[in-house]
Design a binder for this molecule. Structure first.
Ligand code: ZN
Length: 486
């Protein structure tokens, strides 16, 4: 997610504090459901010998293959049955080229055994899965003209209220898939009543080791209780990026911790003989750019004091969505802003729903303010009253074409095996050879690197890996995008 916000208290500590509070600090854990923890196997004293157990399992696999439909195909790891299983780990704010810093040997190692993408292009301005105009999360803080209410990302009353969220995530009713949510942003229940089977709500500063333990407890559940889809979310790298900037020691130190977590998760799966059964996908939602020495764009110089006081609601950061009071001369202020941006096109742009670049997919929702001021990287929008100091040292939400905004994608498991086999088969097939490299940035035995793709494709990847595409909700992914790999 994207806990970025303007640091009005003018202290770098405050934005960090707000980041720390995060999007969903529930204060205490009374909101936690108590059914997510692993309570052990059902019959721990069951006196079965290894061979009895093994024979029974193999028999079950065969029966399972005979009687289950495609979506419930089961595999056997030597000790237990496994349905198709996907673990998605979202590392907030892991910029694509962080992987080139020499600090993530384990993620790169996993990507060499599996594959990775050159980068993932995030949606503008933030979040994953759907374009902002579709999922309705148009900024961390924004005004909704329909409900006449303000959404604030760090208030539990907002974040847990499903009416704010238009998207429909993968959930239990999708083909009977058991799902687990480990602090992934969003409400416990969707607008249509969907829930995940296991739900661990957001809590800040949870050590990665605890998150690993929770994932493994889920993986070690009996097959009828085990989640087939585990979504886990980690915010520390985004928090570090905002607090001290993408080139800081704190970011590098956090990156090393995240990389160690990736290694531990991968090796825990390997120890369970699951690397060919469980798909693991590491993604991030966006990158991070240095904003420690921004050039200010003074909105009060452009609009005048009268114009500033005519603003009724101001959404987003670093972009600024503007709603003026009903009696304000909006045309006059739009003209002033447009003129100023035309004089300084390298600094910022001004858009209405009609002129918003189509590639942003950021117009078709009444929640998007009618006038949007979008700064270029290196610039911030502010007023003399707010000043230009004490802002966060790093930020995202800028033009998603900028590479520093791009996110990472590393995958390992049956998906990567299949993608490589498909590539090799095409390369050898005279009819398909010309298209063998479609979708690949580069391919060799040492590394398979996919071309940059949009993060809105991830939803369909998960649905495809679980073989439940038939249950897909409406989404902004490209129809057939994954056919070139799967
Ligand atoms: Zn952020």
């Amino acid at each position: 997610m994207a806990p970025h916000s303007k640091n009005t208290p003018e202290s770098p500590v405050d934005i960090e504090a707000e980041e720390r509070r995060g999007l969903l600090n529930t204060g205490d854990e009374e909101l936690e459901r108590d059914d997510w923890t692993y309570k052990g196997k059902e019959n721990p004293d069951e006196p079965q010998t290894w061979s009895q157990r093994k024979i029974a399992m193999i028999a079950l696999v065969v029966i399972g293959l005979l009687i289950t439909d495609h979506a419930n195909v089961v595999s056997y790891n030597g000790t237990d049955l496994f349905r198709r299983t996907v673990i998605v780990v979202s590392i907030d704010g892991l910029r694509a080229d962080y992987l080139d810093r020499g600090l993530t040997p384990h993620l790169l190692n996993i990507s060499k055994k599996g594959l990775r993408a050159k980068s993932m292009k995030p949606i503008f301005p933030m979040l994953t899965g759907l374009f902002a105009e579709s999922h309705g999360m148009v900024a961390n803080n924004f005004w909704d003209p329909v409900s006449k209410d303000e959404f604030r990302y760090n208030q539990v009353s907002c974040v847990w209220n499903p009416s704010w969220w238009f998207g429909e995530p993968v959930r239990s009713s999708h083909g009977g898939v058991t799902t687990a949510n480990l602090m992934w942003p969003g409400p416990p229940k969707t607008r249509t009543g969907g829930t995940s089977t296991y739900f661990v709500p957001w809590k800040d500063k949870v050590p990665l080791g605890e998150k690993l333990d929770q994932i493994l407890k889920w993986i070690d559940l009996p097959v009828d209780k085990r989640p087939q889809l585990i979504l886990a979310y980690e915010p520390s790298l985004d928090q570090a990026g905002h607090a001290t900037g993408p080139n800081s020691k704190r970011v590098n130190d956090t990156l090393v911790k995240v990389d160690t977590f990736a290694k531990d998760l991968h090796s825990s799966l390997a120890a369970r003989n699951l690397t060919d059964i469980v798909d693991i996908v590491f993604v991030s939602d966006h990158g991070m750019t240095d904003t420690s020495h921004p050039e200010p764009i003074w909105m009060d110089d452009i609009l005048g004091e009268e114009g500033i006081s005519a603003i009724a609601h101001e959404d987003g950061w670093p972009s600024m969505g503007l709603r003026f009071h009903n009696n304000a001369n909006v045309t006059k202020y739009l003209d002033k802003l447009t003129l100023a941006s035309e004089k300084n096109p390298e600094k910022f742009h001004v858009y209405t729903h009609k002129t918003m670049p189509e590639r942003y997919h950021f117009a078709n929702n009444p929640r998007i303010a009618p006038i949007y001021v979008v700064p270029e990287i290196g610039y911030i929008l502010t007023t003399h009253a707010e000043g230009d100091t004490g802002m966060s040292k790093g930020n995202h939400g800028y033009d998603n074409e900028e590479f520093s905004m791009h996110a990472m994608f590393v995958a390992h498991g049956p998906f990567s095996v299949q993608a490589k086999v498909q590539h090799q088969r095409r390369s050898q097939d005279a009819h398909l050879a010309a298209r063998a490299n479609d979708g690949w940035h580069s391919t060799s035995n040492d590394a398979y690197i996919m071309k940059t793709f949009k993060n809105v494709e991830i939803y369909n990847l998960v649905m495809k890996l679980l073989d439940i595409s038939v249950y897909s909700s409406q989404n902004n992914g490209t129809v057939g995008f994954w056919d070139q790999y799967l």
